[in-house]
Design a binder for this molecule. Structure first.
Ligand SMILES: [Zn+2]
Ligand SMILES: [Zn+2]
Length: 233
């Protein structure tokens, strides 16, 4: 069956996202837009994912995810079929972040929010930095936890695998890549890849309508992961 998804949404934990990207605001906007599933993919962090899953309850599927910045300054979207595996992956990422403090006045707040939209804490270290892990290491860490790693916004001029490397490495050939716009030109630009269209929303209004569909065999987070997985994996 075909389901409508937006699998790249930032919460108020990402310094560059609006402070009103709270768990309930995101869930309510996704419901308003009649999406079947979303993913919260904050920069190098996952502290708000549990709250969003709780806020969504049985109303909306939430894929545990994160947007990781590799040593090469490439953004990779990493998805997991359960929160425990994401949290475990999150610990690895936390340890590989440079110890630089965020300056909220310049870069924005990094708010940890509970499932009733109360701010409960703040991440102190700067989350929009490169981790000390390569593209291959991140992919390995994700796959070893049954996760999937997808190059983010390959059509963008910065922090994409194309902008940083100029090509898509062999081990990602035939797999899925994410695009942040949708056009016939993009469809022909990546003929050997499955395309995932996402909003990369940093504001509530940017969350997608029912415009991007994926085909799943079963209506579950694991079903979505299977649809995202490269056919060769
Ligand atoms: Zn990005
Ligand atoms: Zn993003």
């Amino acid at each position: 069956m075909r389901i409508a998804v937006d699998l790249h949404i930032h919460s108020a934990l990402s310094p560059c996202a609006d402070d009103d990207m709270t768990p309930n605001n995101i869930v309510n906007m996704a419901m308003l837009k009649k999406l079947d599933a979303i993913s919260i993919t904050d920069h190098n962090s996952c502290d708000n994912v549990e709250a969003v899953i709780k806020a969504a309850g049985s109303k909306l599927m939430v894929v545990p995810g994160m947007e990781v910045q590799t040593r090469e300054e490439v953004h990779l979207l990493c998805y997991f079929n359960c929160l425990d595996k994401l949290m475990d992956f999150g610990e690895v990422i936390k340890n590989e972040l440079p110890k630089i403090s965020n300056v909220p006045k310049i870069f924005g707040n990094q708010l940890i929010i509970d499932d009733e939209d109360r701010v409960v804490d703040e991440r102190k270290e700067m989350l929009i930095s490169s981790t000390d892990l390569s593209i291959d290491q991140i992919i390995e860490e994700a796959i070893s936890r049954d996760g999937v790693a997808i190059p983010a916004h390959v059509d963008k001029p910065s922090y994409s695998i194309i902008s940083q490397l100029g090509f898509i490495p062999k081990n990602l050939e035939g797999g899925m890549v994410e695009i942040s716009g949708y056009s016939n030109e993009l469809l022909t630009k990546f003929p050997s890849h499955k395309l995932l269209y996402s909003s990369d929303a940093h504001e509530l209004g940017q969350i997608l309508e029912r415009v991007n569909f994926i085909t799943v065999c079963d209506l579950s987070v694991s079903g979505i992961l299977n649809a995202l997985r490269s056919p060769s994996k």
